[in-house]
Every structure is written in structure tokens, then in C-alpha cells.
Design a protein around this ligand. Structure first.
Ligand code: ADP
Length: 384
């Protein structure tokens, strides 16, 4: 283990040699480096020391009886394969290519040839210790990051769990609210149709308000359900005919047809790969906003076209509406965010669109300025 003595880092070096005079000589040579030197006179003894003491470097004589240096090194690595403990072989001859191969297989090793040149020995020892020190610091940093990452992953999993729970809760609450909300609306409408003449003007006004509020409530419940359902239902992706999808949306909704609105398709419209029902939901929500957020008395005009962007198709919807100030353009994609309370709405349309696009692996955005209309776009993978 490294410690600090007189302001200098101190390491522990294990010197292994079967000859006492060599041990004395090596200890003397290492003296000026100011590290602690531990001695062992055989490979077996060295293994024993390593079991009991933390060592930073092993200086290992290659030619020893019974268990030579290579065999000792092999056993050291076998006992602790992940260890970065450096080994410096002291050899009477230049290492052969065979020695080098055996050495490399053992990880951080180097050779020094006898007679040992003091400067070379000290330089090699310092370099190997430095290397090992860095490896240790790196290992500590990696371990710290791994702990942090594990904690973060655990937190993310817990958060995901809470979100899932909340969403399934809001799904069941909304689901159960749907029937009573629908009943209020139906009975209020029945009252309006069959008994309105028996009501005073104030009573009639109250009834109108009940009908409007219950319609809003029903829309809100439908939107919350659509939003939470996005998490639950699996998305089977297929080729989706964009023009057919839009045409169908327009045909089913009088608000998107003349004389209420003018929706202009700039053909050809490219097909995408995605989930048909989710695309219908996205385009319906974008078109509803485009025809809704216009100045009173303005005929909504929406241009719709596609273009290629890398491997995706970008679907553009440009309207002639009231526009959106840049500082609000990010938050409108969150649930419940509404900028214009004078227009009816629940604040869920764009949040549903966002979730649907993300689940289909796409992107979305808006370019707009107040008074100059808005360009909403979604990018989805191109159909093969
Ligand atoms: P909702 O339409 O129910 O209010 P959305 O999530 O669809 O909710 O939209 C959020 C807000 O973004 C709207 O309330 C409106 O202020 C703004 N917005 C969305 N689309 C447009 C648009 N085409 N033109 C101007 N403002 C828009």
C-alpha cells in the first residue's frame, strides 16, 4: 500500500531471489527510492508474503530452484487474475522470444538484465509503480462511477415504476369517470330537448352551462385516457399511407371541411413507417389546433406537405392562426399547458401527439411567431 513519508509517496516492493547476496544488493540499489522493501528467498515464500501484505511491485529473479520466476509469476496472477500488480523480472540473460511471450501473457511485466545497472533498475521500478498507481486510481474512479450509475439506474427504475403506477391510476380513474360524465351530459341534453320550455331564463342558462361543462369534462376524460393509453398499448409498426390517413381524418370531421376550413394537401405526400392509429391521433390533434387557434372571423387555411430529411419523412402543417410566442413554444407540448383560455381545450392535444411521435421513434417541433401563423412538423421513419 502506498503511504506518505516525509511528503513522498511510499510503496512496498517485494524482492524475490534465492541468493542472499542478491537480496542485499537489490535492497541497497532500491534504498535511494525510499520505498519499503520486503524480501523472499523463494517463489513459495513470495506467494506467502503476497497473501499477508499489500505489495505494489514484485522484483522477481528468473533463475530460482524448485519454482522459477515465470512459474511464480503465473501463480501470482492465477491467485489474483484482475490484479494490476506489476512484476519486474531480473534475468541473467536477455529474455528469449519465448520468455517475452510467457511474460506478456502475465500482464504488467518488464525485464532487467544482470548485472543490474542501478539507474535502469530505479527508472523501471519508478515507471512500473507509477503505472500501477494510475491503474489503481482508475480502478477506484471506475468503481465510484459504477456505484453512482447503479444508484442512478435504481432511482430511474423507481421513478419509472411510480410514473407507471400514477398513469395506470389516472387511467382507471378516468375510465370510471367516463360513464357518470356521459350520463350527466345525456340527461342535461334530454332536459334541454324535452323540458326546456318549463324552465325560467335563468334555469335555461344554467342548463346550457351544465351541458357545456359536461362536454368539456367528457373531452378531458377522453384525452387523459388517450394519453395514458399511449403507455400501455404496444405499437405495431407498418407502412402508413399518409395521404389516405389525412383524407380519412378530413372526411370524418366537418370542422376540417369547406365552408368551415380549407385544408390544402400539397402532393405527393410520402408514406411513413409507424403506427396508423397513433399517426391519425397526431394529425387529428394538430389539425384541430390549426383550425381552432385563428382570430375570430378568419377562415382557417392549413397547408400540409411532406419532405425527406435523411431517412425520415417530415410532415409539415402550416396554419394561418394566431401564432405562438417563442418563449412558450417548448411548454405547449406538456400536458395541461394552455396559452389561450378564450379558446376551448384541455391542454392534452400536443402532449398526446408528443408521446405518440416519441413512441414511433420520431421527432417534432414548431416554428411560429405571434400573428404569423404556425408551422408544426413531425418527423417519422420513411416507409421502406
Ligand atoms: P388544447 O388545444 O386543448 O388547448 P394542446 O396541447 O393541443 O391543448 O395545445 C396547447 C396550447 O398550445 C394551446 O392551448 C394553444 O395555446 C397552443 N397552440 C397549439 N396549437 C396551436 C396553433 N396551431 N396555433 C396557435 N397556438 C397553438
Amino acid at each position: 500500500m502506498r503511504s506518505v513519508v516525509n511528503g513522498k509517496e511510499q510503496s512496498k516492493i517485494l524482492v524475490v531471489d534465492d541468493r542472499a547476496e542478491n537480496l542485499i544488493a537489490l535492497r541497497a540499489l532500491l534504498g535511494s527510492l525510499n520505498h519499503t522493501v520486503v524480501e523472499a528467498d523463494s517463489g513459495k515464500e513470495a506467494l506467502k508474503v503476497l497473501l499477508n501484505e499489500p505489495i505494489d511491485l514484485v522484483l522477481l529473479d528468473v533463475n530460482m530452484p524448485v519454482m522459477d520466476g515465470f512459474e511464480t509469476a503465473r501463480l501470482i496472477r492465477q491467485r489474483s487474475p484482475a490484479s494490476s500488480l506489476p512484476i519486474l523480472f531480473v534475468s541473467a540473460r536477455e529474455p528469449s522470444s519465448d520468455d517475452i511471450k510467457r511474460g506478456y501473457a502475465l500482464g504488467a511485466v518488464d525485464y532487467i538484465i544482470k548485472p543490474v545497472v542501478p539507474e535502469v533498475l530505479r527508472a523501471k521500478v519508478s515507471a512500473l509503480l507509477d503505472l500501477q498507481h494510475r491503474a489503481k486510481l482508475l480502478a477506484v474512479a471506475v468503481e465510484e462511477r459504477t456505484v453512482e450509475l447503479t444508484a442512478l439506474n435504481e432511482r430511474a427504475a423507481k421513478l419509472r415504476e411510480s410514473i407507471d403506477e400514477l398513469e395506470s391510476f389516472s387511467y382507471s380513474v378516468s375510465h370510471d369517470l367516463k360513464a357518470p360524465a356521459r350520463a350527466i351530459q345525456m340527461f342535461a341534453e334530454a332536459l334541454d330537448e324535452e323540458e326546456a320550455d318549463k324552465l325560467s331564463p335563468t334555469g335555461k342558462d344554467y342548463l346550457t352551462r351544465i351541458i357545456l361543462s359536461s362536454k368539456h369534462l367528457e373531452k378531458l376524460i377522453t384525452d387523459v385516457l388517450a394519453y395514458s393509453r399511449m403507455n400501455v398499448e404496444p405499437l405495431a409498426k407498418t407502412t402508413v399511407n399518409v395521404e389516405g390517413t389525412i383524407q380519412e381524418i378530413i372526411n370524418h370531421n366537418a370542422d376540417f371541411q369547406a365552408p368551415k376550413a380549407d385544408i390544402e394537401l400539397i402532393r405527393p405526400l410520402q408514406n411513413i413507417r409507424g403506427h396508423a392509429a397513433s399517426l391519425t391521433q397526431c394529425l387529428t390533434n394538430l389539425l384541430s389546433n390549426a383550425v381552432k387557434f385563428v382570430r375570430p372571423g378568419t377562415m382557417p387555411h392549413v397547408k400540409l406537405w411532406t419532405e425527406s430529411v435523411d431517412d425520415s419523412v417530415r410532415l409539415n402543417l402550416k396554419d394561418n392562426g394566431i401564432g405562438i410566442a417563442p418563449e412558450h413554444q417548448e411548454r405547449i407540448f406538456n400536458a395541461f399547458e394552455r396559452l389561450n383560455s378564450e379558446y376551448a381545450g384541455t391542454g392534452f392535444g400536443l402532449a398526446i401527439m408528443r408521446k405518440a411521435v416519441e413512441r414511433m421513434g420520431g421527432r417534432f417541433g414548431v416554428e411560429s411567431r405571434p400573428g404569423e401563423g404556425s408551422l408544426f412538423w413531425i418527423e417519422l421513419p420513411k416507409a421502406a
